[in-house]
Design a protein around this ligand. Structure first.
Ligand code: CDP
Length: 219
C-alpha cells in the first residue's frame, strides 16, 4: 500500500460524502462511497422483483449484479442508477440489504480490492474504521443532530423535514442495532459533530486533522 487510507464513518446524512470528496481532492487520492454500493445492490434487488428481506435471493442478486460505483456515476446492470439509488424506494429498503452478512462480506472484499488497486484512498460508510480498514491512517466519525441532518437532506433533495427526520432516525436505529458490522464509533476515531458548522468549516476541520497527522505524506 503506497498512499494513505482514510476511513469516514457516520450516520445517515451527516455530510460524509461532501467531506470525503473534499479530502480526497485535497490529497489527490480516490474516493469510494460504500453506501452507494449497498444502494446499488438494493436497486438491483427491487428491479428484479426480489424481497429485500429474502437473504438467499438477495445474495443471489449481489453475486450476479454488474455494478460500477464511480465518483460521478453509478451503473447497475447496464442502467444509469445514479439518481434512483438515492430515491425513497431504495432508501427504505437499503437497511435490510445491508443487514445481510453474506452481502456485506462480498462488498467488503470489493472495497478492500478497490483500495489495494489504487494504493489507498478515502472510503466512506458505516463500518470502514471498525471492520473494513481497522488499520486506516485516519478514522473520522462524522455526525450531526438528526434535525440538522434532515434539514440538509431536504435542502439538497426536497421533501418534508419532519418526515425526513423520522426516516433518518429509523435508518440510524436499524444500522446501529443490526448484528453484523453495526454503525459504531471506533475508539481510535476522531469524532466531528458538524451540527453547528457549514460544509466549508467541516472540510477545513478535516483537512486540518489530516495535515496535523501528516496523513498523505505531507502532500
Ligand atoms: O448517504 P446516506 O448517509 O443516506 O447513506 P449511505 O451512506 O448512502 O448508506 C446507505 C445505507 O447503506 C445505510 O443506511 C446502511 O444501511 C448501508 N451501509 C452500510 O451498511 N455499510 C456501509 N459501509 C455503508 C452503507
Amino acid at each position: 500500500m503506497t498512499g494513505p487510507v482514510i476511513a469516514i464513518d457516520g450516520p445517515a446524512g451527516a455530510g460524509k460524502s461532501t467531506v470525503g470528496r473534499a479530502v480526497a481532492d485535497r490529497l489527490g487520492v480516490g474516493y469510494l462511497d460504500t453506501g452507494a454500493m449497498y444502494r446499488a445492490v438494493t436497486f438491483a434487488v427491487l428491479r428484479r422483483g426480489v424481497d429485500p428481506r429474502d437473504e438467499e435471493a438477495v445474495l443471489g442478486v449481489a453475486q450476479t449484479v454488474e455494478m460500477t460505483v464511480g465518483e460521478e456515476r453509478v451503473m447497475v446492470d447496464g442502467v444509469d442508477a445514479t439518481r434512483e439509488i438515492r430515491g425513497r424506494e431504495v432508501t427504505s429498503a437499503v437497511s435490510s440489504v445491508a443487514a445481510n452478512p453474506a452481502v456485506r462480506s462480498l462488498l467488503v472484499d470489493a472495497q478492500r480490492s478497490w483500495v489495494v488497486t489504487r494504493g489507498g484512498g478515502v472510503v466512506e460508510g458505516r463500518d470502514i474504521g471498525t471492520v473494513v480498514f481497522p488499520d486506516a491512517d485516519l478514522k473520522l466519525f462524522v455526525t450531526a443532530s438528526p434535525r440538522v441532518r434532515a434539514e440538509r437532506r431536504v435542502a439538497e433533495a426536497g421533501g418534508d423535514v419532519d418526515e425526513m427526520e423520522a426516516s433518518i432516525i429509523e435508518r440510524d436505529r436499524l444500522d446501529s442495532t443490526r448484528e453484523t458490522s453495526p454503525l459504531a464509533v471506533d475508539p481510535a476515531a476522531v469524532t466531528l459533530d458538524t451540527s453547528g458548522l457549514s460544509i466549508d468549516e467541516v472540510v477545513a476541520a478535516v483537512v486540518a486533522e489530516v495535515e496535523a497527522r501528516s496523513v498523505g505524506g505531507g502532500r
